[in-house]
Design a protein around this ligand. Sequence first.
Ligand code: SAM
Length: 282
Amino acid sequence: MMQYLETLHGPYGQYFAVERELYRDKTEYQDLVIFENQTFGKVLALDGAVQTTTADNHAYHEMLLHPPLLAHGQAKRVLIIGGGDGGSLREAVKHPIERAVMVEIDPAVIELSQRYLPELSDGAFSNPKAEVVIADGCRYVAETEERFDVIVVDSTDPIGPGAVLFTSDFYRDCKRCLTPGGVLVTQHGVPRLQPDELTDGYRKLTALFADATFYLTVVPTYTGGAMTLGWASDEPALRRVPLETLEERFAPLDGKTRYYNPSVHQAAFALPPEVQRLLRRS
Ligand code: SAM
């Protein structure tokens, strides 16, 4: 009999047929399942929430990494918080950076993703620019003396070990770890289903940064409509880099992306009134 993974609860549900279970166990931090689904390919779920799939992860990882890196234009050091499946690292090392440090709390996510979902990282873990630190990302940014041009928070939702990655203290420490003109990007869920997460994030980020907003991407497995990614910087011009400049910087990546291009980048910052209203509600 077919098994199903139910990933959302309450008035709106989502379930995936588990066509072939590849792995299921409890790690030190969370319940981890990897399975195959006809529509989405290989699927990784943590604590019952789908994290990534081989079919649509590019719409998430490309939009987390390329907008900040191409808007910045001269980034040398990138910090990824979370992101154990390696998809963010994969996109980061495509850029002419010196170092991408990934700080993941759960080593089992890295190990099992490399074993069962190698296409997610696509060799990025052995790229000489990549460095993996096993630690709580919140603690890492509170303690490190390193500075980064781009910080990307590729976290789980604000429950369990990921909850600390949505706090003002964490954002304040991220700001301290940014070089002047640096940018912080965060994942902030789907506003139709997680409206409070967006309002709360906007309030916290605008209190700390000269320029804070959200931009959109559409990842079918994060069901419920477009998802929001947070953008925070003390350099407002980063959000308004001209299309021609983005296109010049993107040229070496042209043909290597499936979702991102400079026009999508600029359009992603256009927010529907209902999302703008959620930002400003207090
Ligand atoms: N794409 C996903 C989403 O939007 O649902 C996120 C995927 S990624 C696999 C999330 C990672 O964040 C997980 O591997 C989890 O272990 C890690 N994580 C959660 N809390 C963390 C923390 N406090 N510090 C570092 N990593 C953390």
